[in-house]
Design a protein around this ligand. Structure first.
Ligand code: ARG
Ligand code: ZN
Length: 461
């Protein structure tokens, strides 16, 4: 093809298609308002990666007022004349990029920032946002509350999938993982618990400041800053993991015997999945009647009531599957929930309970009309379904089928390879299939297609 004709093609057709794809004709130096997630199109943002968040918060538990300062250390992945952060509600009182004041405007959950000088690709830059107000949770497509959820003595703070933006300006998609520092000031007598290692606390003028450091990369949805009246317990396990448990005294009787098992659960999971991925661990048990779920907040899951042992096993397993190895699209949520549910089955199997086969059989016995078969775990269809039964139960069934196909030795090698090779990173379903095929030497496309992606109840295995 003559050069001129080809150039016409390139300059003519491709940009038109691209512009059509992007909707509006924004200049190429503008960071996109979302990370491209099909279920949560505005979650996260394009054009930069946040390496570190430094969050300084002050929460008044009586007035429920939050004062915040967020410093983000970020790197431009493209030329950036403008970029977005995610922030829902709250009032922004100041915003600088580097030392310069930046222009900003609010547009729904988008905080649109125009730095004084265009950032060049690869440039590291610092964004400082001061903000305040009464944080309120968002309601997820499944109807549950998500984010900063006030309680009678503080706040239950959990952000899956989108609630992080209710309490700090974030690149709010799990594709972007960052380290975090937290400095949280609350009235004396209350405790503020975040992720990672406890660095210390100090009380002055009727307020106590708690400092926390999450040094391994973390997705924004796994951040917490839960505040309440807690009884605190600290110790280091034999493996050197720093444990910090914060328990609502009203839940203590039921919670304490279960939390006692945390070191043995983590040790058992480490044997199965490989070394525990973080320096710190622990639990936050915070009575929160309007929540209705627990969340695997990184290093330190948060429970809305005293958990049962299987819930402790589940949230602990997420530290490997979900927290350390993180999804890149909410559609892949079965990689979190299927694995954590299968960990519960394995725990039962190895501790005198039902075998995984029995758990599988009991589910498989459900009629084709049952909600279990409503959609496949690998394709829930929308954000309203990401925490549905098929994601958890059929996700675990898929792993059980994988185990049966490759045998125990190879199956557990696959789990360890998955956790080890993607540690502190990300993983997709396609990568899991490739890894499982590599480890087993078997063609597993059909198995994953049937158990992860096929609509309706699969034929008997
Ligand atoms: N990942 C949590 C679990 O392991 C569930 C979180 C549910 N969140 C929600 N917004 N519905 O059980
Ligand atoms: Zn889970």
């Amino acid at each position: 093809m003559p050069q001129a004709v080809r150039r016409t093609f390139v300059l003519g057709t491709v940009p038109v298609a691209l512009v059509a794809l992007l909707g509006a004709a924004a200049p190429p130096s503008v960071g996109s308002p979302g990370a491209g997630d099909p279920y949560f199109p505005l979650a996260g943002n394009g054009g930069y990666h946040v390496g570190h968040y430094d969050l300084t918060l002050r929460y008044d538990t009586d007035s429920r007022h939050l004062d915040g300062k967020a410093v983000l250390y970020a790197r431009a992945t493209q030329k950036l004349s403008r970029f977005d952060l995610d922030l829902n509600g709250l009032k922004v009182t100041g915003l600088t990029v580097g030392r310069d004041k930046a222009d900003f405007r609010r547009d729904g959950q988008e905080l649109v920032v125009t730095p004084r000088r265009t950032l060049h690709k690869g440039q590291w830059f610092r964004v400082t946002v001061t903000y305040n107000g009464k944080p309120a949770p968002v309601t997820d497509p499944d109807g549950s509350l998500d984010g900063w959820i006030p309680t009678d003595d503080g706040a239950f703070v959990a952000g899956e999938p989108q609630g992080a933006m209710t309490w700090f300006p974030a690149n709010n998609h799990p594709k972007d993982k960052s380290s975090y520092d937290f400095t949280i000031t609350v009235p004396k007598g209350r405790t503020a618990v975040a992720n990672g290692v406890f660095l210390g606390q100090a009380t002055a003028h009727g307020r106590t400041t708690f400092r926390w450091r999450q040094s391994e990369p973390m997705a924004a949805y796994l951040a917490t800053a839960t505040v309440g009246k807690f009884t605190v317990e600290r110790y280091t396990t034999r493996d050197g993991i720093q444990v910090y448990n914060a328990v609502d005294p009203r839940e203590a009787d039921a919670a304490v015997p279960v939390l006692k098992k945390l070191p043995s659960v983590l040790a058992w999971e480490s044997k199965l999945f490989g070394p525990y991925p973080f320096k710190a661990a622990g639990s936050i048990v915070d009575r929160a009647p309007n929540v209705g779920y627990a969340l695997e907040t990184q290093t330190r899951p948060v429970y809305d009531r005293a958990p049962g042992l299987s819930t402790l096993v589940h949230e602990s397993a997420h530290q490997w599957f979900g927290d350390s190895v993180t999804l890149t699209s909410w559609k892949d949520i079965w990689l979190n929930e299927g694995f954590a549910t299968y960990a519960e089955w394995l725990y039962a199997e190895q501790h005198g309970g039902d075998s995984a086969q029995k758990s599988f059989d009991a589910l498989y016995a459900r009629p084709a009309s049952d909600g279990l078969w409503e959609f496949p775990p690998g394709d829930p269809g929308s954000g309203a379904n990401i925490f549905g039964t098929p994601v958890y139960a059929r996700g675990a069934m898929a792993l059980h089928q994988l185990r049966k196909a490759v045998g125990d030795r190879v199956f557990f090698r696959i789990l360890r390879a998955w956790a080890g090779e993607h540690r502190d990173g990300h993983g997709t379903t396609a990568q899991l299939v490739r890894l499982a095929e590599r480890e087993s030497g078997k063609d597993l496309d059909g198995l994953f297609r049937t158990w992860v992606y096929q609509q309706g109840k699969p034929d008997a295995p």
